[in-house]
Ligand binder design. Structure first.
Ligand code: AMP
Length: 524
């Protein structure tokens, strides 16, 4: 199918062709004609499928006629993060270059005054994160009753981040006489219920996740002791032909430490995490896009939806807590038909998390060896190894999507740790990532355990990416974590790598990061 057959206007088609697209993606093929008809859409698609253009292109044509009044936007696009909102705005600029549409971007970290001025001029397209939009609304700077087209993008992320009450409030401020386009990568029951409330006789459009079907991402996973991860990462980076790469960390504090460590070792590395100011984030992103930064160390939230078409590598410094995050992370590479590579570093206690990912993606992640380092086994008590499958093994052994194996480099002496790492390791216990005691590299016999009951994963709201936190939430330990501690009383007080308290998104409660060392010491 061609773009010409979708019903888009000539100026939009020209912009698309100048962008270099020759064929619509499946979501574009399915959604664009329906949006142009004025119908609501329930779209199940994630970043990387071309979903942004599937609503931006027809919206440009819908909004081409008519004029916006001051402070009364004609359309509204809600995005969970600033970065995603900025990317959608970029898309409007590219595809709308042959139109004269006014656009405003309401995101945190940017001055209210500039945004107010833009609203005053009248906007055809308002792109916003929920928190900042409500702030403007409460200041009386924006009225939403003239919105004719509403897009709720990445609804499941909104849910994860605790934004749904804000989204509900915003939708309550809109006229029911509107067209609503609702997109989510997954459709859990809560999201489906929301969609039922917000949408009117929607057409359902589903496209499969690119990472779950894409054969063009060569994946690999290496099991290494936690304390050797930095060295393992450096070795993998040196071993690979890297154009540009993202290194994902589960915690924002690790982002800064890892970036410092990579820089000390001579790598061209930048960092992206939730504590950075918006201008600093934008500057880093721009440098990364321009190739001035080769390796970007980032947290999930900060890097959400990063749209860099030509990224050669993704590294997971930690196994993500949520299997869906794995799919999102590796989906940053292997885009637009190019081959991408993703490597995951798992510590021996991350077997359970790996197991959950492999269940979700329906295949094993091929095991690779880090050049010059011995593979270790997953801890048999941490899920994966219980079935005796945890041995670090070369790729191609079983299952897996790819038969590629990381070539081994000649064995070298271990590099000395730079001062920043030594300092980080000397930091009080509560301020540094928990590390398992070093295990022998030799194979371990799987211990016999009762099969562990799988318990539903509890998702906590993420607040980091909010413009300003609105709701405080006390973080219950994960259901899985609770059950785990009940089963294994001897580990009760030990801080686990899987605890989410210092995740990028978590709001520090009580003593926050400043827990005195004596309180964090394990009790027997
Ligand atoms: P999205 O899912 O909207 O984040 O888009 C993922 C990537 O695909 C972006 O880099 C887009 O520029 C690109 N893209 C979108 N539509 C097309 C298309 N029809 N052909 C080729 N690339 C596209």
């Amino acid at each position: 199918m061609s773009f010409e057959s979708l019903g888009l206007s000539a100026p939009v088609l020209q912009a698309v062709s100048e962008k270099g697209y020759t064929q619509p993606t499946p979501i574009q093929e399915k959604a664009i004609p329906i949006v142009l008809m004025g119908r609501d859409i329930l779209g199940c698609a994630q970043t990387g499928t071309g979903k942004t253009a599937s609503f931006v292109l027809p919206m440009i044509d819908i909004l081409a006629e008519g004029r916006a009044k001051a402070r009364m936007p004609r359309s509204l696009i809600l995005e969970p993060t600033r970065e995603l909102a900025a990317q959608v705005a970029e898309n409007f600029e590219i595809y709308g270059k042959n139109h004269k549409l006014n656009m405003a971007l309401l995101i945190g970290g940017v001055s209210f005054e500039d945004q107010e001025r833009a609203l005053e001029r009248g906007v055809d397209v308002l792109i916003a994160t929920p928190g900042r939009l409500l702030d403007h609304f409460e200041r009386g700077k924006v009225l939403l009753n003239d919105v004719k087209v509403l897009v709720i993008d990445e609804a499941d992320r909104m849910l994860d981040m605790g934004f749904i009450p804000d989204v509900e409030r915003i939708v309550g401020l809109l006229s029911p006489m509107r067209q609503t386009l609702f997109f989510s990568a997954t459709m859990p029951p809560e999201i489906k219920r929301l969609a039922d409330r917000f949408l009117s006789n929607p057409k359902e459009v589903t496209v499969s996740a690119p990472a779950s079907t894409g054969k063009n991402i060569v994946q690999g996973l290496a099991v290494v002791p936690e304390e050797d991860k930095r060295e393992a990462l450096r070795r993998l980076i040196k071993d690979q032909d890297i154009k540009n790469a993202i290194v994902f960390c589960n915690r924002k504090r690790d982002v800064a430490i890892l970036q410092g460590s990579l820089k000390k070792h001579g790598f061209n590395a930048g960092a992206l995490h939730g504590d950075m100011s918006q201008p600093a984030r934008m500057e880093t992103l721009e440098k990364f896009k321009q190739g001035e930064i080769q390796i970007l160390v980032a947290s999930d939230v900060a890097a959400r939806g990063l749209d860099i078409t030509d990224m050669s590598h993704v590294f997971n410094f930690d196994v993500p807590f949520s299997p869906e995050d794995y799919v999102h992370r590796i989906g940053r590479t292997g885009r637009a038909g190019r081959t991408g590579h993703s490597f995951t570093l798992a510590s021996p206690d991350e077997g359970g998390l790996v197991e959950a990912i492999e269940k979700l993606i329906g295949s094993d992640i091929p095991r690779v060896e880090v050049p010059g380092m011995d593979a270790v086994a997953f801890d048999p008590s941490e899920g994966r190894g219980r079935r005796g499958r945890g041995r670090g093994r070369p790729a191609g052994g079983r299952g897996g999507r790819s038969g590629e194996r990381a070539p081994r480099a000649p064995r070298r002496e271990r590099e000395p740790k730079p001062e920043a790492e030594v300092q980080a390791e000397r930091a009080p216990r509560a301020e540094r990532p928990h590390r398992e005691p070093r295990r022998e590299a030799r194979p371990q016999e799987p211990r016999q355990h009762e099969p562990r009951q799988h318990e539903p994963r509890h998702r906590e709201p993420r607040h980091e990416a909010r413009d300003e936190p609105r709701h405080e939430s006390r973080h219950e330990p994960r259901a899985e974590g609770r059950a785990h501690r009940e089963r294994r009383p001897e580990r009760r007080e030990r801080p686990s790598r899987h605890d989410r308290h210092d995740r990028d998104e978590a709001v520090p409660m009580g003593l926050g990061d400043h827990v005195p060392a004596f309180l964090a010491r394990p009790t027997r």
